[in-house]
Each structure stands twice: as C-alpha cells, then as structure tokens.
Design a protein around this ligand. Sequence first.
Ligand SMILES: [Ca+2]
Length: 234
Amino acid sequence: MHLSRSVLFGSAAAVVGAGAVCYSFLQGPADAQADRSFEFTISDDRVVPATDFAAKVSVIGSAITSGGVDMPVTMSVRVGDASHDLFGSSLDPVYGNLNDHSAARHVIIDEVFTQGDAITLAARSWTVDGESNHLTARTDSPSDLVHVLRDGDAVPDIAGFDGQASAEAFLRPYLNDDGTVDLDADQVIYLFELGETDLSNPAADFQDLVVLITLGDTPDDLRRRDLADIAAYD
Ligand SMILES: [Ca+2]
C-alpha cells in the first residue's frame, strides 16, 4: 500500500473503442515499492473502474434560477447496485439542496467497491417552490444534458445565464492556462444542464450542477491525498 500519489507517471493515450474511451495509467507511489496500474473506462457517461476502488464525490458548484429565484438542485450517486445520497436526501429539495451558493463540498464514500461497478449520477432540479421536479439528468446513458470532462478536455465556452458564474468560472481551480481542464487521470468532471432541454437557449449554461469524481484504491488512500493536498498549501 502506498502512502502518496505525488509521483504520477505514464498518463497513457486514450483508446477509442465501441462507444467507450479507455484511460490507462500507472499511479506511482512515493516509495516506488508498489507500482500498480489503475484503469477505468468512461462507457457512455458512466465511470467503470477496472480494479476495486474507492470514490470521492465533490460538488464544485451549482447555479440555476427561474425568474431570478434559485431553483433547488439535488443529486444521488449510484455505485453498482447501491444508491448513495451523499449531500442530503436527493428527494428533499430543502435539506438536499445543492444550489445554495456554498463553497465546494466533498464526500469520500467509506467503502471499497468491486471492479466493474459503475458510478453514475442523477442530478435533479426542482421548481422554486420545491413542489415538483423540473428536470433530471443521469449519467447512466448518453445525455445531451451532460458534459463529461477528463484531463485536457476543453471547457464549453458558455456564459452563465442571468448573471450566474459560467461553467469555466466554477472550474477555475481545475484549469490549465489554455482553458482546458487540469485533472489527475483518475478524475472526471460532470457538467449538468438542469433547466433547459433546448440547448440553443442561452439558459442552457451547463453549470446547474458541477461535480468532480476522484477515484482511489481505498477511502484511506483518498483521505491521505486530501491531507497531502492541504499540506501542499501550507
Ligand atoms: Ca445555470
């Protein structure tokens, strides 16, 4: 078991196959004792690790309004056959609301999952009164309402609607100078449009919910990485 992923080498080329993009890379330990490969595929819009894994889910931001009033947004995370409401109940537009102008929030799921289990997200917007669902976008199949970004991908150049921050602004901590995303090879960002199905409408700004998924070997591995990141900013 390695303690650090500070040395990352061999972010290998993508292999484009039948509807799937495979990213394969070596994750190097600081002590160089436990080299291992870590593979996952993005199949349709699902993350499918090829080894046992843990996952951290980060809500980077959310911005969606109707008539200038914030609409509630909730999300559930499915891994394999189990659903996880990591940020309050996904069925509760009050206590599960993510569109609350908070800073980014992160949850490491305290479980090791089995290789091949797919990670999928279901993001939902609600009418401003919370009485009913407005739109739900899922990542278990290709959806026009979802953009999936990996390291080096360009962020869609779309202004935020109604004075909202743009998707690019939400992703600023994760951007290269050229505007592409700067992620580790075991990270994926999802941009959700939850307001408008007519994507030519300026309201379709793809930052109604912005989510980052980070994969690791174990929950402890992910916690150590968080501690290493905090130490890096001391
Ligand atoms: Ca929006």
